[in-house]
Each structure stands twice: as C-alpha cells, then as structure tokens.
Design a protein around this ligand. Structure first.
Ligand code: ZN
Length: 192
C-alpha cells in the first residue's frame, strides 16, 4: 500500500488530500490497482479500481446467501451491479465509484443507499418499498433468503471470485444496453 499527501483540487486546501494506492492479486483474474482519494478538509472521497490486464466484456452471476458473504467482489467504475429480485441496481455514472470488497460489503452499500432513500422520499409507497428491501437484505445475511447478484462490465475490469460463480462473455447487444459511465449522464447513482 502506498500513501501520499497532496493538495485538494476541490477545496484548494494544501496537503489535506490523502492519495492511497493498493494492489492486489485476485486468483484466476489478475492484478488490480485500487486508488482512493480522501480529503480531511472538505470530506471529498473518491475511489476506483482498474485491472492491469486487457480483459473481455463479462457477466458474472452468483446466488448469494449467508455462506457467500466473504466472496471477493471487485467492482470497477464501468460496472453495473444488480440484485434484480430486490430491484437494486448501481450503474456507471459521474458519481459511481470502483471498489474492492466482498458480498457482505456489497450488501452494506446497497443497504446504505436504501437508507438514504428512506430519508429522501417521504411517500408511503417508497417508504414501504425501502423497508421491505432492508428486511430482505437482512434475510440474506441470516441465511433465510437466496438472491442473484449480477455484475456486468463491458471493460471486464470487475470480478466476483467464488467457485460457484457463473461467468460468460457479454453479447454485443447486451453491451449496448449497459451504461458505460462515459457517454451518458445519469442523474442518480442508485435506481431502484
Ligand atoms: Zn478538500
């Protein structure tokens, strides 16, 4: 792991931004480089992951339950990550980030997104829906529910590393339907 201090381009303060780079070898995938920017002055935070090898457009599908919480997940900025049965999806966009985590961490991120939606949307329907999703996420953790987790990346810089994961190449018509994060501007990072 490498740490560096630099000036923050957002708040212009000097020497307040920590620039962290970390590399990791993911089995059967290759070497990845994770970069994290953290400003102690204004709180700006960004992270991304790149894969150092050339990769093919890929789709991973895995059934997740309490036994797979520690399966490694690398999600790059160009990836779409979804749990269709719960209507949860993160697509590439200006605010999307890349990260290295595991299934537990992915569930936690979805959970946090749903919690902030709970605060933002006051309509009864939205509230009910969000609370139902939070319950379902808890069930997955406890082993009372299984759902599909799908990771699609047209640049192939993402991976779910587990012996039960199904992996295949994305078809070109599937790639056309995915947001890349580079050509379109999506207003929200999380749609559900
Ligand atoms: Zn700053």
């Amino acid at each position: 792991m490498n740490k560096m201090k630099m000036d923050c381009p957002i708040c212009q303060e000097q020497n307040c931004m920590e620039y962290i780079t970390r590399s990791e070898e993911i089995p059967y995938f290759g070497e990845i480089l994770e970069t994290i920017l953290l400003c102690s002055s204004c709180g700006y935070r960004h992270s991304d992951v790149i894969c150092l090898d050339q990769k093919e457009p890929v789709k991973y599908t895995i059934t997740i339950d309490s036994n797979k919480l520690d399966a490694r997940v690398v999600k790059s900025q160009s990836a779409t990550l979804s749990i269709p049965e719960l209507g949860l999806k993160v697509e590439p966009g200006p605010k999307s980030i890349g990260y290295v985590s595991n299934v537990e961490g992915v569930l936690e991120r979805f959970e946090n997104a749903v919690k902030s939606a709970l605060k933002m949307f006051e309509e009864d329907q939205a509230q009910e829906n969000a609370k139902m999703i939070l319950k379902e996420i808890e069930k997955i953790r406890l082993g009372d529910r299984k759902v599909y987790l799908i990771l699609e990346d047209p640049l192939g810089h993402s991976v779910i590393n587990h012996h039960t994961v199904a992996k295949r190449r994305l078809k070109s018509e599937e790639i056309e339907q995915l947001k890349t994060g580079y050509t379109t501007l999506s207003p929200e990072e999380i749609d559900y």
